[in-house]
Ligand binder design. Structure first.
Ligand code: 5RP
Length: 233
């Protein structure tokens, strides 16, 4: 279980993930992110669970749910815990000035955004390669859309100025999210006004949610070659 290799950056990411996991205290309700960094964080929580820490988690993907269950971590739903103390997740890009994010290259953005929105504090863990001056510099904006009419949704997203490509799975079929939807990866290049673009994307019929996380981050823990840095919103 967990990611194990000799890449020194992975070791730093693991340290950052452990630092985030150390923020979880007894009795908390915690959002559990998705992706390789979150997997390290869930493993760190699993080790703390084995030492006696007790909390409840809401996972952002079936994969994270399986991983948490394998550690014996108690999972709950929003029915009993509509508000979370903390959510911890990775990101694909972090804008240095605003700490706004692009998320969703792993395909879990919709559940990730619901969990982040439900949390009093949203902690993001990344390595320094994810820091950018402008969102969209390195990765597309993933947009979760309904499969019905996706071609029309894609055309309208293209009208916003992006190059739009449906996400494919490993077998060459259309990628399907945990919620049964599709992802359109929209390449805009460096985005001048992320809040305005996020609002415009949400205005397109057929869009479920975008991977632009605006004004949601409480703190970013950055793993860098010179150690860990904490950026606070
Ligand atoms: C999944 C995500 C992930 O948090 C993001 O892709 C970062 O993943 P990793 O830690 O593997 O780089 O948004 O939807």
């Amino acid at each position: 279980m967990g990611v194990q290799d000799s890449d020194p950056m992975n070791e730093l990411k693991r340290m950052a993930a452990e630092e985030a996991a150390a923020m979880v205290q007894d009795g908390m309700a915690v959002g559990l992110g998705s992706g390789s960094t979150s997997a390290m964080m869930i493993d760190a929580l699993g080790r703390r669970w084995a030492e006696g820490l007790r909390f409840v988690g809401i996972p952002t993907s079936e994969r994270s749910a399986d991983q948490a269950r394998a550690h014996g971590i108690t999972l709950v739903t929003f029915a009993t815990h509509p508000q979370l103390d903390l959510a911890i997740d990775g990101a694909d890009e972090v804008e240095r000035g605003s700490l706004d994010l692009i998320k969703g290259l792993g395909g879990a953005l919709f559940r990730e955004k619901i969990v982040a929105a439900a949390a009093r504090r949203f902690i993001v863990v990344v390595d320094e390669s994810k820091l950018v001056d402008h969102l969209g510099s390195r990765v597309p904006v993933p947009v979760e859309v309904t499969s019905f009419g996706w071609e029309s949704t894609a055309r309208q997203l293209g009208d916003l100025g992006g190059r739009v490509a449906p996400r494919m799975d490993r077998n060459g079929g259309l990628f399907v999210t945990d919620g049964g939807n599709m992802i359109l990866d929209c390449t805009f290049g460096p985005i001048a006004d992320p809040p305005a673009l996020a609002a415009a994307i949400r205005g397109v019929v057929g869009v479920v949610e975008s991977g632009l996380f605006i004004h949601r981050t409480s703190e970013v823990i950055v793993a860098g070659r010179n150690g860990l840095t904490r950026l606070v919103a």
